[in-house]
Design a protein around this ligand. Structure first.
Ligand code: ATP
Ligand code: MG
Length: 149
């Protein structure tokens, strides 16, 4: 159990270097702090993966948006970027291990294709689910929904 603000502080600290080299800012939108019954280290890992993707697949100066919303039955975290986007036909495959969208752009960035499979795994461990919206050339939004029992 931890406060969401603690998770966000950790993310900001860890990501400061990566984001500043691309002159990107993590813009956080949250109304009030609250406690979360989840694994802090695993969730930090999850959001590091999502935000690093958002940064990597966006050009310099493009900000990244993290929105936290509390509902009666769930908490949702949306990570949004204004980057290269993902073709609709690839959306169902990106969570597979080692899968990478075959564009010059993502090949030259050189990841291993494991990040999103870890994201999916950690979400499942918390009985949550993921929604993805993306438009080629416009950007992507990954939403992690965690039920509050
Ligand atoms: P790793 O995370 O292991 O370093 P990776 O980033 O290539 O490598 P994933 O995080 O699993 O692997 O992402 C899989 C693929 O999905 C990426 O290679 C990229 O093509 C695409 N992708 C993921 N996030 C985004 C995003 N925010 N915008 C555009 N494409 C994305
Ligand atoms: Mg990645």
């Amino acid at each position: 159990e931890f406060f969401v603000s603690e998770l966000i502080e950790r993310l900001e600290l860890t990501l400061a270097g990566v984001l500043s080299t691309k002159n990107q800012t993590l813009v956080v939108e949250i109304s009030g702090d609250f406690k979360l019954c989840a694994d802090l280290i695993l969730l930090e890992h999850l959001f590091l993966n999502l935000i690093q993707n958002a940064s990597m697949y966006s050009s310099s100066d493009k900000n990244i948006y993290l929105k936290v919303e509390k509902y009666p039955d769930k908490i949702s975290f949306s990570v949004r970027d204004e980057g290269i986007g993902i073709p609709e036909s690839e959306l169902e495959r990106i969570f597979e291990r080692f899968y990478r969208v075959d564009t010059n752009r993502s090949r030259e960035q050189g990841g291993t294709g494991l990040g999103l499979s870890i994201v999916k795994h950690i979400t499942k461990l918390h009985n949550g689910w993921i929604d993805v919206q993306s438009k080629l050339g416009e950007g992507s939004t990954f939403t992690i929904n965690l039920p509050t029992k």
